[in-house]
Design a protein around this ligand. Structure first.
Ligand code: ZN
Length: 183
């Protein structure tokens, strides 16, 4: 930002350039005093009041950056575009905002010790109300299991595991006996 030459911030200049580019789609007529009438190609018609910095399309009021209608009116009234933006968008204000804000901090090793015990996360406790049901997704189908179904499935899995374990055990013992018999 220090290297920026203009008085406005680069993003605001970008937005202004966009508005200037869009002025080719509208025309404006000076109606006396500090008022202008801006007309779009598609038939839209807007009132620009220079002293109040307002346009009936309300973009200037909302953003404080003149829209295409505002830019066109400013060109018609031969006024400077950069002066009509809010001072908040200026480089000087930006620099003032961020001066000495991001200060470096030492690591936690160098932080002072208070002598009090460390703060720990709270203990997990059962929340009021019914606990959530187990949900399983298979492909695109989403199936919902009740606690009873889930319990039955777990029992089935446990029984199968037990069966497998039992089947393995006797073979092992038989093999051992066979080996002993050979010896
Ligand atoms: Zn506008």
């Amino acid at each position: 930002m220090i290297n920026v030459d203009s008085t406005l911030c680069p993003q605001i200049i970008k937005k202004l350039n966009y508005s200037i580019e869009a002025t080719k789609y509208c025309k404006s007529t000076w109606t006396g005093a500090d008022e202008c009438e801006a007309r779009d190609i598609d038939g839209g018609q807007w009132v620009v009041v220079m002293a109040k910095k307002t346009i009936s399309c309300r973009r200037w009021e909302l953003t404080c950056i003149p829209c295409s209608h505002g830019c066109q009116a400013l060109f018609t009234m031969n006024q400077k575009l950069e002066e009509k933006n809010h001072s908040y968008y200026s480089k000087a204000i930006y620099m003032k905002t961020y001066v000495n804000i991001l200060k470096p901090i030492k690591g936690s090793l160098y932080w002072p010790h208070t002598g009090f015990p460390d703060i720990l996360p709270p203990k997990a406790r059962r929340m009021p109300g019914r606990p959530k049901r187990h949900r399983r997704r298979e492909g695109n189908k989403s199936t919902c299991m009740t606690s009873k179904e889930a319990c039955e499935e777990r029992h089935k899995q446990a029984a199968e595991a037990k069966k497998k374990h039992k089947q393995k055990q006797p073979r092992h013992k038989l093999q051992k006996k066979k080996e002993e018999g050979i010896k």
